[in-house]
Design a protein around this ligand. Structure first.
Ligand code: NAD
Length: 255
């Protein structure tokens, strides 16, 4: 079924857009009419995503950008690059860049804890702040910031103390940003995926994935497009009265 054109004329930035959920989000937003700035640490992956968007019938231009979302100077440069390329700030931001470094608490290293918090939580902070600052400076009255958290930020998960803590932080950060930015017409929401079939979950042993799949009421792992559908809704005016919310996309899992 053809996607509706709810985002015609809007500019979106999607971090982690070179893979998995971020790539599916970029594709979905483009299909709904948005121009997309695809951001990733991985240059060729970001460019590959843009290639998949170029068949867009609407003639919108999309562009790839390389940035490490966890480094403030990278994020500052990124926002300048996007604004000079598109002559406006993005009014939609989907922050999907994220990493895992799984290990049991008893063996977790300080380095692995710091790195996961730095990318997942600080990266979300930097992107949210940079987009909000640019939108407020432009005098906008409309914006939608969507941060990708995780269901494990709510319920925990064995081997993921660092990751679960980072994702709980993403949810709290987003709820607070929602309260502060509502006066500017900027909505902020978190999407909490469950187990989604992406390169990130390819690292998980098949035995563990099978066990998780058996616990999902809808009977399957999620697809990146399942998450992208919800992001497109949150990006659009169809969710105009929703801010500070966390939407679970888990196939019904509650652990
Ligand atoms: P993925 O590994 O397929 O994609 C993540 C992308 O982020 C990669 O392209 C990677 O290069 C990029 N990235 C990593 N560090 C970065 C950095 N510092 N700066 C810029 N880009 C960076 O993973 P995915 O499964 O698509 O996950 C996307 C998001 O969804 C993540 O935030 C993840 O935590 C979250 N999530 C995934 C699942 C799942 O089951 N796959 C579940 C819940 C939440």
């Amino acid at each position: 079924m053809a996607a509706p054109l709810r985002l015609l004329g809007r500019l979106a930035v999607v971090t982690g857009g070179g893979s998995g959920i971020g790539r599916a989000v970029a594709q979905r937003l483009a299909r709904e009419g948005a121009a997309v700035a695809v951001v990733d640490l991985n240059d060729s992956a970001a460019n590959e995503t843009v290639q998949t968007l170029s068949s867009d019938q609407l003639g919108h231009e999309h562009a790839a950008f390389v940035a490490d979302v966890s480094a403030s100077e990278n994020v500052e440069r990124l926002m300048n690059q996007i604004q000079s390329r598109f002559s406006r700030p993005p009014c939609i931001s989907v922050n999907s860049a994220g990493v895992t470094m799984d290990e049991f608490l008893l063996r977790q290293t300080e380095e692995a804890f710091d790195l996961v918090l730095k990318v997942n939580l600080k990266g979300t902070f930097l992107i949210t702040q940079a987009v909000a600052r640019a939108l407020v400076a432009s005098g906008t009255t409309r914006g939608s910031i969507i941060n990708i958290g995780s269901i494990v930020g709510k319920v925990g998960n064995v081997g993921q103390t660092n990751y679960a803590a980072s994702k709980a932080g993403v949810e709290a950060l987003t709820k607070t940003a929602a309260k502060e930015l509502a006066r500017y017409g900027i909505r902020c929401n978190t999407v909490l995926p469950g187990f989604i079939d992406t390169p990130m979950t390819e690292k998980v042993p098949q035995k563990v994935l099978d066990k998780f799949a058996g616990m999902i009421p809808l009977g399957r792992l999620g697809n990146p497009s399942d998450v992208a559908d919800v992001c497109a809704f949150l990006a659009s005016d169809d969710s105009g009265y929703i801010t500070g919310a966390s939407i679970e996309v888990t196939g019904g899992v509650f652990l």
